[in-house]
Design a protein around this ligand. Structure first.
Ligand SMILES: Cc1cc2nc3c(=O)[nH]c(=O)nc-3n(C[C@H](O)[C@H](O)[C@H](O)COP(=O)(O)O)c2cc1C
Ligand SMILES: Nc1ncnc2c1ncn2[C@@H]1O[C@H](COP(=O)(O)OP(=O)(O)OP(=O)(O)O)[C@@H](O)[C@H]1O
Length: 315
């Protein structure tokens, strides 16, 4: 996948099929738009996601705003979806203050050679969100691209949106969030050194420290499947501050059931499948060790009940 970032001067070589928006989560609704551009892409057009390098909400109104996917995670999901090009446009004053019609002419038509655009009915763009899907369509008739305004993918009566999914993650409804995303919520990151206490209680763990902007579900223990260099491991993850030993930052710590390899420095993708219990402060590491054995049994039971004997799990 072509990845364009940190630049406003990009120019695409081929005519393109584009979808635009924030795309936090690349959820099932977003994927409806991706399918539209991919269908169009079969005719030789370059399939492109146009998004921003930082959430407009974070930049304009709420610096503490949390995201479902970091830019790197979003890039990996887009790549898996088979999109040919991801443009992560810098959300700088020049873009924020750009008139909607100028954005269409300069960016979509001149730089991106738009042939087709798919957006949802509530998509807005340009200075003060003045651009609408209707304006896109109207200008398309002049500049020679077509526009599809795609109906929202629904969850019953409710529109699927990043906001809705964030609420479910925060409420600890991980299975619901996974259903809306269309894949398990995950945390990607380098495997770091912890305090090296885990193996002393027979529970060796990999440690990750998510970036401060990453939205995390409630602190607690989750059944997880971790991918490292293409290999998948069942396990249990603790998300939190480890109050028993005390830590200064929220971390993700995972006990992989069938792994005794040296993994420091590698990238891990920890996918959460099920909430098992909240994080507690134990009076000793031995007590914690006994609890983790119970967690392990409960987790294995969950995987057996959910996925049976098969090693096929949703990724
Ligand atoms: C499945 C699992 C559950 C855990 N639950 C808790 C917990 O409830 N409370 C807590 O303080 N720490 C919990 N921990 C974190 C342990 O405190 C941590 O694994 C141990 O201190 C070793 O940390 P280290 O790898 O930094 O040495 C849990 C860890 C795992 C893997
Ligand atoms: N459920 C959905 N079905 C189809 N298209 C959607 C859906 N949700 C969003 N879109 C479209 O996907 C593009 C990107 O959406 P964006 O990420 O900005 O919205 P969102 O998921 O509703 O997020 P938020 O909750 O932050 O508003 C837009 O064109 C939007 O209209």
């Amino acid at each position: 996948m072509k990845y364009i970032t940190s630049s406003l001067d990009f120019v695409l070589n081929r005519r393109s099929a584009i979808t635009l928006g924030k795309f936090d989560g690349l959820h099932r609704g977003h994927r409806k738009l991706l399918n539209c551009i991919k269908n169009f892409g079969e005719d030789g057009f370059e399939t492109v996601i146009f998004t921003f390098d930082v959430s407009p909400v974070m930049r304009l109104s709420d610096p503490s705003f949390k995201i479902i996917l970091t830019n790197e995670e979003r890039r990996h999901v887009a790549e898996r979806e088979g999109v040919e090009c991801l443009i992560e446009c810098p959300f700088v004053p020049e873009i924020m203050h750009m008139d909607a019609r100028d954005f269409v002419r300069e960016i979509l038509v001149n730089q991106m050679k738009a042939a087709y655009i798919a957006v949802g009915p509530d998509f807005h763009f340009g200075y003060k969100r003045q651009g609408t899907p209707e304006l896109l369509a109207e200008m398309g008739r002049k500049y020679g691209y077509s526009v599809d305004i795609i109906e929202k993918e629904m969850d019953g009566e409710k529109e699927i949106s990043s906001t809705y999914i964030r609420e479910e993650i925060l409420a600890g409804h991980i299975e619901k969030a996974n259903e809306l995303l269309g894949y398990p919520f995950f945390i990607e990151g380098e495997i770091l050194h912890g305090n090296h206490l885990g193996h002393t209680i027979g529970v060796p763990t990999i440690n990750q420290r998510p970036c401060a902007q990453k939205l995390l579900p409630p602190f607690g223990v989750y059944a997880s499947v971790t991918e490292i260099e293409g290999i998948h491991y069942f396990g249990i993850s603790n998300i939190g501050m480890k109050p028993t030993v005390g830590d200064r930052f929220p971390g993700v710590e995972t006990y992989l059931f069938d792994c005794d390899e040296q993994l420091y420095g590698k990238q891990a993708c920890v996918r959460l499948h099920h909430f098992l219990r909240p994080e507690f402060k134990f009076s000793s590491l031995t007590e914690l060790q006994h609890q983790i054995r119970r967690d392990e049994a409960q987790c294995l039971q969950f995987f057996r009940d959910t996925y049976g004997q098969t090693s096929e799990f949703p990724l």
